[in-house]
Each structure stands twice: as C-alpha cells, then as structure tokens.
Design a protein around this ligand. Structure first.
Ligand code: ADP
Ligand code: MG
Length: 697
C-alpha cells in the first residue's frame, strides 16, 4: 500500500497546489472569492484556469468538463479537450478563464419539470469555487451549478449553496446576540454514511430486474437470511476486503475522507462512512463515492447495488445524513459546551431544530421520498415514515423542566432549577442508543436516518438548512427587538419547546404503539412517495422556500413534477420488466419443468401402471394452478400499466402507480416466488437469492 498522506488528494487541484502555482496576488483574490463569494475578475480567472490546465495536463488529462448535478440524481458533464488548433496542422493545450467560469451545455435533455415551458433549451453551468476541481478518467472535472438562461436552477447544487448562505447569515445573527463578535461565518457540516450491497457481477448480469431496475422484482426466500445476525460488523471476506482497500485508495486520491468500513446487517451488505465536511463538499463527495463504488466493483468482478431495497426479506440500504453547524473558527454549535453562555446558545440552536423539524415534518419526509425508499420506511428495518426527534431521556427531561420551571435531578443526584443559562451535566454518550429514530441527536450532531442509499443528499440538506434557518431568522427577529435578552430568551425557549415537544420521541420507532401515539400527537405518517411528494407544493412550503430565495415558486413546481415523474417512470419500468420476465422467462421455465414431470409420469406409466406417480402428479397439479394464476395476474398487470396512459395529472398518476400498479406487482410476485420454491433450480432462469447473497467469498 502506498504512502497514504502522499496519495491523499493527488487527483485534486487543492488549496496547496493553488498557493504553490498561482502568483500571490491572484491566489489572494481567489481566496476572497472562495470565502466571501466575491466575483472573480477576468485576469484572475485566466490565471487560475491556466494553472489548473497545466496541472491537469501534467497529470495526463486531455479534457475538461463542467461537472454538475442535474435533477436526475446522478452527475453529468460534457467533455471538451484542451486542444486549440494553430497553423492548421498543430495543436496547443489551452483553457481560458471564461471556459472555467461558465459553460453552456444543451439543457433540453435534462429534467426541468414545469420549467420546460419558460426556459429555452440552453442552460449554463457556473463554477463553484468552494469545491475543488479534480481529475477523473483523463478529464479535469470542475464542480459547477447548472441553471437555465432565465436563471432558474436546474440542479441540486444551486439550492444547496443558497441554503448554506441563508443559514450562515441567520446563525451569525444568533451568535451576535450571545456576544460573539468574532465569528464571521457558520457552515453546515455533513457526514453521509453510505450503505451498499456487493454481489457477483456474472450473477448480476443474468437478472433483468437488477439490470433494468437495480432491485430484484422476484426471488423466493433463501433458507438463510440475516436472522443469525452474523454479518453485522463480521469478518470481511477476502474478495470484499480487496474491493474495500481498492475503493479507499481511489477515494483518497480524490480527496474523499473515507474513514470507516464494515459489514452491515444483511448478507452481502456493507457500509462506508467518511469524515464529515461542509454540506456542499460532502454532497459532491457522496456523488463521487457512489460513482467510484460502482467502477471499482466492476474491476473486481463485482456489482455494487445502491438501490434502497435490492432484496426482499433482508434489510435494505440507507444513508445516514449526520448534520451539524460549525463556525469559521471550527466550533461545533451543537456541542452542548461547558460555560453558561455556550449552554444557553446550544439550547437555542437545539430548540430551533426541534421547531423546524416539527413544522416541516412534511418537507423532510418529502426529501427522502423515492420509489426505492418506499420499501424501507416503516418496514421495521429503517425509521418509519413518521418524522420525529430522538433527544435521549436526560436532554428531554432537561427541556421539560425548563418548560415547567421545575427542578431537575442530575445524574449526580443534585437538584437544580434549569434556567436557560445553565445545563446540568448529562451523560452525552448515552444519547446514541436509539437506532430506530429518523432524526436522532447523537451528542454533538443530528443524524437524519431516513435518506435512501441511492439518493443525492443535496435535497435533504437544503431543506434541512432552510427549515432551520427560517426558525433562526424568526428567533433572531424576536430577540433582537427584546429589551432584555435573558428573559426574552427564556420566554422564547419555553414557549417554543411547549409548542413543539410533540415531535420528540425517545421510544421504539418500529413499534405499532408509536404509530398510534404519533397519530394522537397529530404527527404525519406519509407512507409512500405518492403521499409525501404533493407536500412539496403546499402553501406553507412554497412560502418557506420562496421567502428566503432558496427556490422560486417556479422552481418548486418543477421539482415537484420531476420528483413525481421520476417516481412513476421508475414504477413503470419495474412493472414492464416484471411482465417481460414472467412471459419470456418464468412461464417458459415452469412449462419446461412441467413437461419433464409429465414426461416422467408417462414413462413410468408405460413401464408399469403400478409405479406410483404421486410426486409428479401433485407437483404438476400445483404448478398448473400456480402458473395459470401467474399468467392471469401478469396479464392483469400488463393491462393496468397500459391504462396509466389515461390517468390525468401528475399527482393522480403518482397515486395510480402506488395504489394500482404497485399493488398488482406485489400480487404477481407472490405467485412467482411460490413457483420458484417448487421448480428445480436448474430449470429456474435466474440466479437465486441464495446465490446472489452468499456467493461472494
Ligand atoms: P455513529 O453513527 O456510529 O455514532 P460517528 O459518531 O463516528 O458514528 O459518526 C458517524 C458520522 O457522523 C461520520 O461520518 C462522522 O464524520 C459524522 N460526523 C461526526 N461529527 C459530525 C459533525 N459535527 N457534523 C457532521 N457530521 C459529523
Ligand atoms: Mg451512524
């Protein structure tokens, strides 16, 4: 293994390289842009571009690309070479400041939702100097935002940057109230733990469902699943280990802080966790991580499945979005702190988050709504579809005594009245014992656990940032006006906690009692994406997003449409794949098996009427019934899918796919899975669950 500190970031045009390669003045101007968002002038841009190009060419690059994150959820870019023709027969390698700052890809083939009507086909990409350029497959990749010519965001990075700017301003206002005159910026930080499955590539390629949809649409339960709990944190098998080593190296080269790797709960399931960084870079890095995971798998004869539910019957995959806020001096604002000032400030940020999550449950639920995630939420393997906050009993009691103005018994059996300026010591490390909560306080950060494994983390984060910033803004407005800060603060916190404490739940989120209790508390339980996505365009949410300029009304509508379109398209592909698999592979396989069974029975009977054919007859009868039933259910599925064309309105279409198409898919699957359990393995057209889940050694 190479020298890791040397290897780390070797494919990244980072700050050190910039400082070394740029004239001092230029470097200073660039830093100003990066830190304060000041526009770059042409000379500076040219100089930076030239240094980037020289560095990239020295490292073997021939092309550059504006790397962006359209609404497809994956990254995109068109690759232009650096060549410029001279004297008709020669080329030189060139890259201008203009090319660095702005690109003009054709935007017409990217999802734009309702914006299609208002914007021309052209879009433009604009350099995001806060995220480093890097090298990939011989191209210099420049992180960019992607907008229409009218200025509407067509990507996931633009609103994320807007939301980070918003929360920066609002959090600094709050810090000023506590007498902090030094902090100039607050940035949100994210560490996204990524779960994934690794299976053998040759087996993967034999399954149309995995190829077309990323998940298995059929598959009888194998004799062994995850019931022995022998995979989580278990010994990593050699092939997987080789993959993980290679993956880490590739990520480190790209400057990605890959830190932890381990086996997850389901067989063939694993996790990678990075060290946290700013939301923007964490988002870029998570996108890159997912890409690199797939590429490296291929080199090892493996396939990396990022789908939220590749296999029924074992856990699916999520992405824990660890979130906090930190000042430009590196102070984590969700650290409860030691001094009374820090305590009070912590309580204010905590209270703001409690309110934001309660008021915007719908919005947060919506950010994790996809066809894939529908399989996980509420299935007792991931948080339920009900948003709630876990604080731990002690912190909850502390907040409650603040509301009541009562005394609190500390772990050391001291009794104290909780003002807002003093937090009794509470055992922080006991705060992360609840693994069932969708939004858990884990000592100095919150862990949003509802995010799906395949999803970009941009949307969950810009919504989270916006919702919290909105409350911080409201708090700052109130407290800045107050005659006396302390009593006003106390009053604000008491009032807010009282109003929003229903969102706090420390119990078992997987239990049926919680579903009932949550309903009593008036919390939302939006079971599927079809239920959740329409909340995007509620008056409250449009108001929140437009008020702070994170998304315009037009952008909200377009995102709403794209999300639902995506959902219905995905279910449509799944349904069509099912129909195809049943017709072309599964029914022919059963027929072949039945033919052999009846042939055997006939042969026996020809030999002697007395040879028993009980096995053949029973199986034949059973399979005849089941295969006719499968044939009928499949016909029905095909008809139902065809009828989707008649459904008007995207919201109605979402409902139709969930309630009618998806329900029929489930009905079809049950029969096929039963048939699979009866048919000889050599007849079955696809590798079984057993093979898929247990063959990588
Ligand atoms: P666990 O979830 O098992 O408690 P850790 O506490 O080590 O594990 O952290 C999990 C993830 O949270 C890691 O990716 C880590 O980088 C991230 N994390 C830790 N502190 C912060 C923070 N202040 N802001 C954002 N993410 C953080
Ligand atoms: Mg975790």
């Amino acid at each position: 293994m190479s020298n890791i500190p040397e290897l780390f970031g070797c494919l990244v045009f980072n700050d050190d390289i910039m400082r070394a390669r740029l004239p001092k003045e230029i470097y200073k101007a660039f830093r100003k842009t990066r830190e304060d968002g000041k526009p770059l002038d042409q000379t500076v841009a040219n100089s930076v571009a030239n240094a980037m190009k020289n560095w990239a060419v020295e490292h073997g690059a021939t092309h550059f690309t504006h790397w962006f994150q359209p609404m497809t959820g994956i990254t995109a870019g068109k690759h232009d070479s650096f060549i410029t023709a001279v004297d008709n027969c020669k080329v030189i390698m060139e890259f201008s400041g203009k090319e660095l700052i702005k690109g003009e890809p054709d935007a017409s083939s990217f999802p734009s939702g309702g914006l299609r009507a208002t914007f021309e086909a052209r879009g433009y990409t604009a350099w995001d100097p806060t995220s480093n350029a890097f090298l990939k497959d011989g191209s210099l990749c420049i992180p960019t935002t992607f907008c229409s010519f009218g200025g509407e965001a067509l990507d996931k990075k633009t609103p994320l940057l807007r939301s980070m700017d918003l929360i920066d301003r609002q959090a600094v206002r709050i810090l000023r109230l506590f007498g902090d005159t030094e902090t100039t910026h607050v940035t949100t930080t994210v560490g996204a733990e990524q779960e994934y499955f690794l299976i053998d590539k040759a087996l993967y390629e034999q399954r149309k469902d995995l190829l077309y949809t990323g998940r298995t649409l059929f598959g009888a339960k194998p004799p062994k699943g995850q019931e022995l709990e022998d995979h989580y944190f278990g010994v990593i098998k050699p092939r997987v280990s080789a993959y993980m080593k290679d993956l880490d190296e590739e990520l480190w080269k790209l400057g990605i802080l890959s830190k932890t790797k381990h086996n997850e709960a389901a067989p063939a399931q694993h996790e990678l966790a990075p060290i946290f960084t700013t939301s923007n870079i964490a988002t870029d890095h998570n996108q890159l991580t997912m890409e690199v995971m797939k590429q490296v798998a291929s080199r090892h004869g493996l396939t990396c499945l990022l789908h939220e539910k590749p296999f029924a019957g074992v856990n699916g995959s999520g992405k824990h979005n660890n979130w906090s806020m930190s000042t430009n001096n590196g102070v984590n604002l969700l650290e409860p702190g030691e001094s009374p000032r820090e305590n009070a400030q912590f309580l204010l940020f905590l209270t703001a988050i409690i309110k934001a999550v309660d008021v915007h449950q719908d919005l947060l639920r919506m950010t994790v709504a996809t066809a894939g995630n529908d399989h996980r939420l509420g299935a007792s393997e991931a948080p339920p579809a009900i948003v709630s906050i876990f604080l731990g009993d002690e912190l909850t009691d502390i907040l409650q005594s603040m509301v009541d103005g009562s005394v609190y018994e500390t772990p050391d059996k001291e009794y104290m009245e909780i003002g807002v300026d003093y937090l009794p010591r509470f055992a922080k490390d006991t705060t992360d014992r609840n693994r069932t909560s969708p939004f858990a306080f884990t000592g100095n950060k919150f862990e949003f656990r509802m995010v799906g494994s395949a999803a970009s983390i941009a949307c969950p984060n810009y919504m989270l940032n916006t919702a919290i910033a909105d409350v911080l803004c409201e708090f700052a407005d109130e407290l800045e006006q107050a005659e006396e800060f302390r009593p006003a603060l106390r009053n604000l916190l008491r009032r807010t906690i009282k109003e929003h404490k229903r969102i706090i739940f420390n119990g078992n989120n997987y239990s049926a009692e919680w579903v009932e209790e949550a309903e009593k508390r008036g919390l939302l339980n939006l079971q599927s994406a079809a239920d959740a996505v329409p909340y995007y365009i509620s008056e409250k949410n449009i108001h929140l997003l437009t008020k702070h300029g994170v998304l315009s009304e037009c952008e909200v509508y377009s995102r709403y449409e794209i999300t639902l379109e995506n959902y219905t398209k995905q279910l449509n592909i799944e349904a069509l794949t099912m129909v195809d698999m049943v017709k072309k592979d599964i029914l022919p396989a059963v027929c072949a098996y039945m033919k052999d069974l009846s042939q055997t029975a006939c042969n026996k009977k020809q030999l002697s009427e007395t040879i028993p054919c009980h096995l053949e007859e029973t199986l034949l009868t059973r399979l005849s019934h089941l295969s006719s039933e499968l044939y009928m259910q499949n016909e029905k599925l095909e008809q139902i899918v065809a009828k989707a064309a008649n459904v008007e309105g995207i919201k109605e279409l979402g409902r139709y796919y969930r309630d009618v198409v998806f329900a029929q898919m489930e009905a079809t699957r049950v029969i096929a899975d039963e048939i699979e359990s009866l048919v000889g393995e050599s007849y079955w057209p696809y590798p079984t669950y057993g093979k898929l889940l247990f063959s990588v050694k």
